[in-house]
Write a protein that binds this ligand. Structure first.
Ligand code: SF4
Length: 441
């Protein structure tokens, strides 16, 4: 049954929704990949994540997914200079009650407009007070309405550990924005934010997430040897804590921090707090901006290159300082600690490290195949499978639909040798993709 609001209340809700959905659009960290499957079978619960989660973004399989992405309120007592909701900003303000967010979520869900909720908030009264309201939305959805859709809560690092622990019980994913990669950046642009407190909160989330995963694994192991009649009871006993893990977001281009420092910060976030994702959000100039902020947005291609570099760190075995070497090893393609905008970071690395090529496709280790420009993880898996039974030849690469022009100078095959192409001064021009007509620059 959908929720019917009186006309005046509906207009108020719609007005608040317009303001608070617009205020939430600057947060990029809403992808839902990696959530655990919720099962609505056998219950009267509403919705199911179908194992892939929900968001106003793209799932790992390329599917566009939707969620209700709003702020509980855009009132905020903090004055982060890059934020349109800061206390000194002259924007229209609005505030939902927890009950209103619950009603909206259920109503949108029942009308099949969304698959879940992404909820963030400005800080009102105190971090604990705000976090209580955010947690209450999730509690009410889960406990009072048996809501089984996706919930991503943006948490407030200064809130009490108990509140963060409660948030994890109801949410599929939690996130805490690191905002800026350096403490100096935070001090300059977000003076009320406390870098060490943000990292402490991330560490607490990691402990809870690891504990819950460990308990779930123990339970699975026990259930394998348990009698069939006791398996169901054991399944319901596992503690649950943000099965989709935690993520964070960094603003790019609001200060002078270069890409090397940003990637270094990301690498430390992935290893220390087991982040599921670090999101990069190109700074958008805002109305009434502080004079300390740039007047122009950084090129969107910079954000894109950072995502590519991040991918190399997570899935291709690169370290951040290989992708953007420190000063003595600096190359023309990574001048000043910045990623090249005109080519992807893997190609830039290969061009700067030509001595490591050509790579023999039939004998090279997986790690080295992954470093060949144009060969992705799936293509490398297929090559490794194929070469168990026979020699991989040029035709096989063509059948894999890899960008052959890009791959050929860097590989050896029984029927292909790159010859002196690798030494060519214009190799970058030969293998670079055609310019994108300035769309992302
Ligand atoms: S805490 Fe800072 S970033 Fe968050 S809403 Fe308030 S002003 Fe914006």
């Amino acid at each position: 049954m959908s929720i019917v609001l009186p006309t005046a209340a509906l207009q108020t809700t719609q007005r608040k929704l317009a303001i608070l959905a617009d205020a939430a659009k600057y947060d990029a960290s809403c992808s839902s990949s990696g959530t655990a499957k919720r099962n609505s079978v056998g219950g009267k619960g509403i919705g199911s994540t179908e194992g892939s989660g929900i968001c106003h973004s793209y799932a790992p399989d390329g599917r566009c997914i939707s969620l209700l992405k709003i702020l509980l309120t855009n009132f905020c007592t903090y004055d982060c200079l890059y934020c349109v909701n800061r206390v000194s900003s002259n924007v229209q303000r609005a505030r939902f009650t927890a009950e209103e967010v619950v009603k909206l979520t259920l109503d949108f869900y029942r009308r099949n407009c969304i698959e879940g909720l992404f909820l963030s908030s400005g800080i009102i009264q105190s971090p604990d007070y705000t976090m209580e309201q955010v947690v209450e939305v999730a509690r009410c959805l889960r406990e009072d309405h048996d809501f089984r859709g996706y919930i991503h809560l943006k948490t407030i690092p200064d809130a009490s550990p108990e509140l963060l622990a409660r948030a994890g019980r109801y949410a599929d994913r939690l996130s805490i924005n690191i905002e800026l990669p350096t403490q100096e950046g935070l001090e300059a642009l977000a003076p009320e934010k406390d870098g060490p407190a943000i990292r402490r909160a991330m560490a607490r989330l990691r402990i809870h997430i690891d504990d819950a995963k460990g308990a779930a694994q123990d339970q699975r192991r026990t259930s394998i040897i348990a009698l069939p009649q006791s398996r169901k009871a054991q399944r319901t006993a596992a503690p649950r804590f943000a099965p989709g893990g935690q993520s964070t977001q960094m603003i790019v281009g609001a200060d002078v921090t270069n890409d090397r420092t940003i990637l270094q910060a990301s690498a430390s976030l992935y290893s220390a707090y087991r982040m599921r994702r670090v999101y990069y959000s190109a700074f958008s100039p805002i109305p009434d901006a502080s004079p300390g902020l740039p007047l122009k947005q950084p090129p969107l291609m910079r954000e894109h290159r950072l995502y590519q570099a991040d991918w190399l760190i997570r899935f291709y075995g690169f370290s951040h300082d290989e992708i953007v070497p420190s000063a003595p090893d600096d190359t023309s393609s990574t001048t000043g600690g910045m990623l090249a905008l005109d080519m992807d970071p893997k190609l830039a690395w290969a061009l700067a490290n030509r001595a490591q090529f050509p790579v023999c496709v039939n004998t090279a280790a997986r790690d080295m195949l992954l470093r060949v420009p144009g060969l992705g993880v799936k293509a490398v898996v297929r090559i490794l499978q194929a070469r168990r039974v026979r020699q991989v030849r040029l035709d096989d690469l063509l059948r894999l639909h890899v960008p052959i022009k890009k791959v050929m100078p860097f590989v050896l095959l029984p029927d292909h040798h790159p010859g002196s192409t690798l030494e060519a001064a214009n190799l970058a021009q030969l293998v670079k993709p055609a310019p994108l007509q300035g769309l992302l620059f």
